[in-house]
Ligand binder design. Sequence first.
Ligand code: KG4
Ligand code: ZN
Length: 333
Amino acid sequence: MIALGIETSCDDTGLALVEDGRKVLAALVKRQILEHRKFGGVVPEIASRKHLEIINAGLEELLDKAGMSMDEVDRIGVTRGPGLMGSLLVGVTAGRTLGLIYGKPVYGINHLDSHIYVNFIIHPGLRPPFMSLVASGGHCELFYFRDYGKYELLGSTADDAPGEAFDKAAKLLGLPYPGGPEIEKLARRGNPEAFAFTIPRFKEKSLNFSFSGIKTSVACLVKDKRFTLSEKRDLAASFQRSVIRMLAANAFRGCEIKKSDRLVLAGGVVSNRVLAEHFRREGERRGVSVFYPPRELCMDNGIMTAERLFFPGIRKGDFRIEPDLMIAPAGNG
Ligand code: KG4
Ligand code: ZN
């Protein structure tokens, strides 16, 4: 079976053709970073217009790359949310139209699902049940993945998502959007012990997250003070380490509670290799195997949307768009 994946939840137009859930026939991601950078965050209106400009030519390019025609596609998967309303509408409309023209079944795909499912193409032996952490620009969710399509939500963020915290901290340090990769780069030569951040406390047993406090701490530190490059490096490294530790503490506690010896990581923030390495080491220490995608598949892409089509728990024709206004507010307050 050949699946076409269309992903337009935020500012990346991702398209892919995947065969049997195992082989990527062609994939492309058109990023819009430069369009949004000057505004310090994703501007929803610009994002949807760009998707509209890109999507048809992108699809042709994808089919060319694979040397295929739409007739050879068996199923179409399109992200229906969570994401930006206008962006989602472009992808969903494109998918449904292709379905009508070529007589192919179309499935609306949950974006958090696909972040997790991309792990199945990378780690072919991976099977549920496992614990799963999705850490992205709009989300922070800890799931117990009991079976395909059957999850239990154990924790989520009370305020900001971790990617959002990275983006906001980066902005405070004068770094461009998106801030995650910039902080990772700056932190490379910084001392992660230089600044201590308070870890938020929830009721005992809660597996929820909070990142707004640490962002406020960074804001207070940089306020009215000119930081040297070396101090900025230290601040970036300390911030990065605290966010990673907060994520890891809950994820591994979730593993203990559910007696899971497998933990699957997903979402744009996981492209941070310091994070991935910390989880891997911590997993080794605790007897938990940690799975995560390569950097480029942590970020939004069409492969993950196509991959979801190869597993149970989806319904044909389900296009209930799930907008999420938390994602990517322009200007990042
Ligand atoms: O999953 P994603 O591509 O889009 C959403 O669904 O949100 O995630 C984008 C987020 C952005 O906030 C970005 O700053 C963050 O992932 N990110 C990173 C890194 N690369 C991207 N955060 C930390 N370290 C990175 N290397
Ligand atoms: Zn995403």
